[in-house]
Design a protein around this ligand. Structure first.
Ligand code: ZN
Length: 97
């Protein structure tokens, strides 16, 4: 592995901050809990309040929802629509690039 220079590190951290907000560590677990239906009303209002002003976390919620839906379809042993898989892959690429 090549040594990553300071400039490259800064670029990387810029890229990461573009796809996730500074509070992602706080809200990502809440997003998962909400999708699992295990979120408390207090946490849900906290999350919804944040989602109103944070497009990045809204995007993350949509992505997580799409993944969950895809897994659900798989569990039900229904064929997974190819377009859905590709669009999730694209979204993941876009979000983690
Ligand atoms: Zn956020």
């Amino acid at each position: 592995m090549a040594v990553i220079g300071q400039t490259r590190k800064e670029e990387l951290s810029n890229e990461i901050s573009q796809v996730s907000c500074g509070e992602v560590r706080t809200f990502l677990p809440l997003i998962h809990q909400q999708l699992d239906g295990e979120i408390s009303p207090e946490e849900e209002s906290q999350l919804n309040h944040h989602l109103e002003k944070c497009a990045k976390c809204r995007q993350m919620l949509r992505l997580e929802q799409a993944i969950k839906d895809a897994l659900q379809v798989k569990l039900e042993k229904k064929p997974l629509p190819k377009g859905l898989v590709n669009s999730i892959k694209l979204q993941i690429k876009h979000t983690t690039a």
